[in-house]
Design a protein around this ligand. Structure first.
Ligand SMILES: NC(=O)c1ccc[n+]([C@@H]2O[C@H](COP(=O)([O-])OP(=O)(O)OC[C@H]3O[C@@H](n4cnc5c(N)ncnc54)[C@H](OP(=O)(O)O)[C@@H]3O)[C@@H](O)[C@H]2O)c1
Length: 278
């Protein structure tokens, strides 16, 4: 009788129910582990490289992703993929050197999602190495406009929504080049060191509203932009170079509540390209 109860159809049915219940619980736990559920994140320069990896990862963590860049096809396809994976996304084609485009990024985000929680100022022009004496000054000014001014202006347009909600995470992508000047790198490095300073100033201004502003200084990352600027094959030439996802992981941390103790900082993420190892 006992044996019949232990091995019988009733126990089998109960076992199946328990297994099903465990599976549902696991799914619930995995879902609740999405760190950015309900948050809306703007990522500039999302058409490729680090920005694309950041957009994908923020989407995986449950954020509504606004992917912006000039290459419409790339951001449309990225947004489609996020939506196909069950997320929410919007592609906004915009040129950051045009002030009205910068305003439109914030406007379209608010029209679609109603709030802005996370801003990742990632887009940049990585110019080839040219000494100042030979530098085309139109390009020099454009580097300042895209890498620095647009980051400040887009932050300015996003802050009112963050202030209204007493919540925000602004993440500026600076560079190892923001830590020190370098031959041939005058325009780029000026913008990257200025981004560190901008991070500190704005962080001090908005802390009372519950907004954190931080900055990441990546070392060498194997991206299309890096390969084009320095005519290399990336990791194939330098195995120490990082993958874009390694920087995106850090962005997810800074975008999440896990980083509540961190603001006004510039975090070095040099990976294997750390000059300590030279
Ligand atoms: N790769 C590295 O080793 C490295 C190291 C340190 C820091 N970083 C920083 O990390 C960030 C991403 O670098 P990455 O290597 O991924 O660069 P990337 O491959 O060249 O990508 C740059 C992104 O910026 C966008 N962009 C450029 N000009 C724009 C403009 N006028 N308007 C709108 N978007 C524009 C590009 O999109 P469209 O061309 O489609 O507009 C692209 O999506 C940059 O801030 C860079 O300075 C990179």
């Amino acid at each position: 009788m006992v044996r019949l109860f232990r091995d019988g159809p009733l126990m089998k049915a109960l076992g199946a129910i328990w297994e099903f219940r465990d599976r549902i619980t696991t799914i619930r736990i995995v879902q609740s582990m999405e760190k950015l559920e309900g948050r809306t994140a703007i990522v500039t320069g999302a058409s490729r490289g680090i920005g694309k990896a950041v957009a994908v990862m923020l989407g995986r963590e449950g954020a509504n992703v606004v992917a912006t860049a000039r290459t419409k096809q790339a951001i449309d396809s990225l947004a489609r993929n996020i939506v196909h994976s069950g997320g929410n996304a919007l592609a906004v084609e915009a040129d950051l050197s045009i002030d009205s485009d910068v305003q439109r990024i914030a406007d379209e985000t608010l029209a679609k999602f109603g709030r802005i929680d996370i801003l990742v100022n990632n887009a940049a022009i990585i110019h080839p190495s040219v000494n100042l004496v030979d530098f085309d000054f139109d390009l020099w000014r454009k580097v300042i406009a895209v890498n620095l001014e647009a980051a400040a202006l887009l932050t300015k347009h996003c802050l009112p929504s963050m202030i209204e909600n007493s919540y925000g995470k602004v993440i500026n992508i600076s560079s190892i080049g923001g830590r020190k000047g370098g031959k041939g790198r005058s325009a780029y490095r000026v913008t990257k060191s200025a981004l560190i300073s901008l991070t500190e100033s704005v962080a001090a201004e908005v802390k009372p509203y519950g907004i954190d502003v931080n900055c990441i200084c990546p070392g060498g990352v194997d991206t299309e932009g890096y390969r084009e600027a320095f005519a290399t094959r990336g990791k194939a030439d330098d195995p120490n170079m990082m993958a874009p996802e390694e920087i995106a992981n850090l962005v997810v941390f800074l975008a999440s509540d896990d980083s509540s103790s961190v603001t006004g900082t510039a975090i070095d993420a040099f990976g294997g390209t750390n000059p300590l190892f030279d």
